[in-house]
Design a protein around this ligand. Structure first.
Ligand SMILES: [Zn+2]
Ligand SMILES: [Zn+2]
Length: 268
């Protein structure tokens, strides 16, 4: 049996032929003009490959070319306690497995929100059934339940050494970012997916309920996101895409100022 993958969001399902993709039917996503389409990992491997880029020492971006699904790239972080895959992409092939094994394999996978759940069970299996940390508030969006999936509860979770998963909510109730104290040459970095979305004007970010459908978040939810990350030291943010989704420096002040202007505009 082949597990089908939704072409629009890249999520892999337990069923061979699911009736529809609830993640794409949700108002935060969309169905393409032709309607629901499915593929498989075997087909993806024929049509796509992954590319790697070092973002800073011990941090590598991994993205699929040509783009597939939502088009995000994952991040592989190396720490003295083991490697973590932050967020996930649908395509996992032999080259990707070999390259990551060469970098020390994986000890854990953590994912910001359901749009990047993709083929997390395949990734876990390929690296010895490592745990996949997803926030329990988003359990309804887990389309391929599996014993490797660890649904964590609460507001923070320590991962490996000194990494912390921080539940911000917002875009999804369980929306999570990852704090990496050793990032940005020791000044600290946040890996945010699109829970905190880096925008072109540095060092600013934005926050949305739906990015494709341009639905904003309430002031209270934006304030909650900023309050959740405020206790952590960080100077850099890595968003979810190649290109202009890194704030190299000044990210913490940028997040505060971005929230202020967002909330001011909501009130006008
Ligand atoms: Zn979908
Ligand atoms: Zn999303």
């Amino acid at each position: 049996m082949e597990n089908y993958i939704c072409v629009t969001c890249g999520t892999q399902f337990s069923e061979a032929v699911p009736a529809s993709c609830p993640i794409c039917q949700d108002e935060r996503q969309y169905l393409p003009p032709g309607g629901q389409q499915w593929t498989t990992l075997a087909r993806l491997r024929q049509q796509h490959r992954n590319s790697f880029r070092r973002k800073e020492p011990n941090l590598y971006g991994i993205g699929t070319v040509p783009d597939f699904g939502i088009g995000q790239r994952a991040l592989l972080m190396r720490t003295p306690a083991g490697n973590v895959l932050w967020d996930c992409i649908s395509l996992l092939d032999e080259a990707t497995i070999d390259i990551i094994q060469g970098l020390g394999g994986l000890s854990a996978i953590a994912i910001s929100h359901p749009h990047y759940y993709t083929t997390n069970v395949e990734w876990s299996r390929a690296f010895g059934n490592v745990p996949v940390y997803l926030h329990a508030a988003d359990r309804q969006w887990v389309m391929r339940p599996d014993p490797v999936v660890q649904l964590w509860e609460g507001e923070t979770l320590r991962l490996l050494d000194d990494l912390t998963l921080i539940r911000c909510g917002g875009h999804f109730d369980g929306g999570t970012v990852l704090h990496w104290p050793a990032g940005a040459e020791g000044r600290g970095a946040l890996l945010t997916g699109d829970i905190i979305q880096v925008v072109p004007a540095q060092p600013f970010v934005s926050f949305m309920y739906s990015y494709p459908n341009l639905l904003p978040l309430s002031a209270a939810k934006v304030q909650h996101i900023v309050a959740a990350v405020e206790p952590f030291a960080y100077d850099r943010i890595y968003g979810a895409w190649w290109g202009r989704t890194t704030i190299q420096t000044g990210a913490k002040e940028g997040v505060r100022k971005s929230a202020e202007r967002y909330i001011r505009l909501l009130a006008e």
